[in-house]
Design a protein around this ligand. Sequence first.
Ligand code: FE2
Length: 209
Amino acid sequence: MFVLPDLPYAPDALEPTVSRTTMETHWGKHHRTYVEKTNELAAKAGLADQPLEEVVRAAAERRDSEPKLFNNAGQAWNHGFFWESMTPDRAEPSGELAAAVEQAFGGLEKLKARFVDEGVNHFASGWTWIVHRGDQLEVISTHDADTAMVRDCTPILVCDVWEHAYYLDYKQDRKGFLQAWFDSVANWRFAERQLQAARGLGQGWRYPG
Ligand code: FE2
């Protein structure tokens, strides 16, 4: 049985960038529903005793013919990663992450411009990611429940660009949400740990349970 993980901060800790109402709805209702459906569908598929990462990978193999398990398991995993990608204790990227950002994008402001542009131009629902592929950072998007976790890369940070992530606080202004998110709540300490894992040092984030 997969669980809805506790948030790593209070539901109002990211205000005003993300309101308490958005957080309670997004975490407490949307994420909870994905977890409940994953439990139901994983049991039917004989995968209930596997870690969520393995369920997502197995479901990805047959997502064209049986999309429901992939959609729910992918969303459960992406949301767990998204909560960790935010923090009320904002700190600038440092050390190896700062160097990797400089190398790939020419600095944090240029990464921000690239990230916001990717998210704004992503059509409809999905996720905007910073990932590590080869020996380089990249910005990519995935559609709907698709996840960088099943790509040939390591997820570093993600922002949810489904309307349910921002509509209560920003209405249709996805750009405003992405800019505020990047400036105020992006969790660069978490990103540094993911980068270390991508380079073979330590374990990357795994869904709790
Ligand atoms: Fe979401």
